[in-house]
Design a protein around this ligand. Structure first.
Ligand SMILES: Cc1ncc(COP(=O)(O)O)c(C=O)c1O
Length: 395
C-alpha cells in the first residue's frame, strides 16, 4: 500500500509502524522472500549463506581479509552469549563497561558462564570514557578483555567506542563489541576502530526479521576459540569451522529468515550501504526530535550523545499524562512506540530505524501532538527532577 506522505511504502497489511529498536518495520520485498521453502542442505541455500556472510564482511572495511562472519541461530542475546563463551578463555577476565540494560545483561551472561569479570557501572546512561578504561586496566593487569555496548539501546546513547578501543589496545588488551542495534547504520570499520569480535542480529539496522544473529571476528580469535565454549550449540568456533568446511549451519538454520535477510542486505547495499542507511536514520531522528521538542518534550540526552537508532524522552509531568494511554492512542493512530527503561525518571522511547523516512516521522510528531490533546495534557514538559538528572551528563 503506498503511503502518500512517504517515499517508502507503508506496512503492507496496514499494520502500525514499529518505532521500536527491532523487530522493526520491514519492506514487502523482505517479507515476500519468505514465501518459498528451502532445503537447508541444498546447494542453493548454502550459496545464500555464503553470500550473506560475504556481504556482512563487506561492511567493516576489512581490506586485509583478517575477519570472518559466523551466523548463529537464536535472538541477539544468543549471539552475545556465544561470543563471550567462545572468545573469553576460561582463565580470562573481562572488564564490562555497563551503562544500561544491555550492559547489565553482559554481566549476567558472564555470571552464567562462570567467567571472571569486573564492571565499570555508569548507571542508566552515563557514557564510559577512555580515561576510565585506561585507569581500570592499569589497576588490574589480570583483565584480558573489555566489552562495550555500541549503542546502549535502553537509553539510546552512542557510546564512544573509538576512544575505548584506543584505551584497550594501548594497554595491550582485547576489545569485544555488542553492536546489536548499531551495526549497519553506524560505521564500525576495522581500520578505524580496532576490535577482536562484534555481534549484531538480523532484525536491527539491516532491516531483516528476527531469528538469528551473527558474529564478526578476527580469524586468529576464531582459531584460538577452539575448546573455550561451555555450550554445544553456542560454540562459535565449531559453527565457523563446520560452515567453512561444508557451507552448512551445524543445526537447523532459520531458512526463511536467512533468505529474507539476504533480500534486506541487498536493499541495504542498493540504498548506499552503511553511510546511506545511517543518513536516513539520522534524518528520521532529527525531524522527530525537532517536532517533539516543538511540542514541549525533552530528550534524556544532550545532542552530542544521541544515536540515530532510538531516542529517550522524559514523560510529561502533567498529571493528565499516563504512558499506557499515550501508547494506546498512538497505536490507534498507526504508531507503536516503546516504554522507557530508565530507573531515574519516567520515560518512553521512539525508534528511528526500519522502513520509514522523515515524512513518516513528521506523521509520528503530528500523532503525538494530537494524542496529548486527546488526553488533555496541556504541557509536555518533564518534571524538574528529570532535568536535574540530565544536567549530570552535561557536567
Ligand atoms: C545492544 C543490545 N544488545 C543485546 C540485545 C539483545 O537482543 P535480543 O533481544 O534479540 O536477544 C539488544 C536488543 O535490542 C540490544 O539492543
Amino acid at each position: 500500500m503506498p503511503n502518500p506522505a512517504s517515499n517508502l511504502p507503508a506496512p503492507h497489511m496496514g499494520e502500525p509502524y514499529l518505532l521500536t529498536p527491532g523487530p522493526l518495520t520491514t519492506s514487502y520485498e523482505v517479507k515476500r522472500a519468505m514465501l518459498r521453502d528451502w532445503g537447508s542442505w541444498d546447494e542453493e541455500f548454502r550459496a545464500i549463506t555464503a553470500e550473506m556472510r560475504q556481504l556482512l564482511l563487506g561492511m567493516i572495511n576489512d581490506t586485509q581479509g583478517a575477519f570472518d562472519c559466523v551466523p548463529m541461530q537464536g535472538s541477539g542475546t544468543f549471539s552475545v552469549e556465544a561470543m563471550l563463551g567462545s572468545f573469553i578463555p576460561r582463565d580470562g577476565k573481562v572488564l564490562v563497561l555497563s551503562n544500561g540494560a544491555y550492559g547489565k545483561r553482559l554481566v549476567q551472561t558472564l555470571e552464567y558462564l562462570g567467567r571472571s569479570h569486573t564492571v565499570i557501572d555508569k548507571g542508566d546512561y552515563m557514557p564510559p570514557r577512555g580515561s576510565e578504561v585506561s585507569a581500570a586496566l592499569l589497576a588490574d593487569p589480570t583483565i584480558s578483555h573489555v566489552i562495550v555496548v555500541h549503542c546502549e539501546t535502553s537509553s539510546g546513547i552512542l557510546n564512544p567506542v573509538e576512544e575505548i578501543s584506543q584505551a584497550v589496545y594501548a594497554a595491550g588488551r582485547k576489545l569485544l563489541i555488542d553492536s546489536m542495534s548499531a551495526f549497519g547504520a553506524i560505521a564500525l570499520n576495522v581500520d578505524e576502530i580496532r576490535f577482536e569480535a562484534m555481534v549484531s542480529s538480523a532484525n536491527k539496522c539491516i532491516e531483516g526479521v528476527p531469528g538469528f544473529g551473527f558474529i564478526i571476528a578476527r580469524n586468529s580469535e576464531l582459531e584460538a576459540a577452539k575448546g573455550n565454549s561451555h555450550s554445544l550449540s553456542l560454540d562459535v568456533h565449531a559453527q565457523w569451522s563446520h560452515m567453512n568446511k561444508t557451507g552448512q549451519w551445524r543445526f537447523t538454520p532459520p531458512t526463511h529468515v536467512v533468505v529474507a535477510f539476504l533480500a534486506a542486505l541487498k536493499a541495504h547495499q542498493n540504498e548506499g550501504g552503511v553511510l546511506a542507511r545511517g543518513a536516513r536514520y539520522t534524518e528520521n531522528r532529527d525531524v522527530m526530535i525537532a517536532g517533539m521538542r516543538d511540542l514541549g518534550f525533552e530528550t534524556l540526552l544532550k545532542d552530542r550523545w544521541l544515536s540515530s537508532i532510538i531516542v529517550t524522552f522524559f514523560c510529561p509531568a502533567d498529571s493528565a499524562f499516563e504512558f499506557g494511554k499515550f501508547y494506546n492512542i498512538m497505536k490507534s493512530k498507526g504508531f507503536i512506540i516503546y516504554p522507557g527503561k530508565l530507573t531515574v525518571a519516567d520515560s518512553f522511547r521512539i525508534g528511528c530505524i526500519g522502513q520509514m523516512d522523515s515524512n513518516v516521522m513528521r506523521l509520528v510528531v503530528k500523532a503525538a501532538g494530537e494524542t496529548l490533546k486527546d488526553m488533555g495534557v496541556d504541557s509536555a514538559a518533564p518534571a524538574a527532577s528529570a532535568l536535574i538528572e540530565r544536567a549530570k551528563l552535561a557536567a
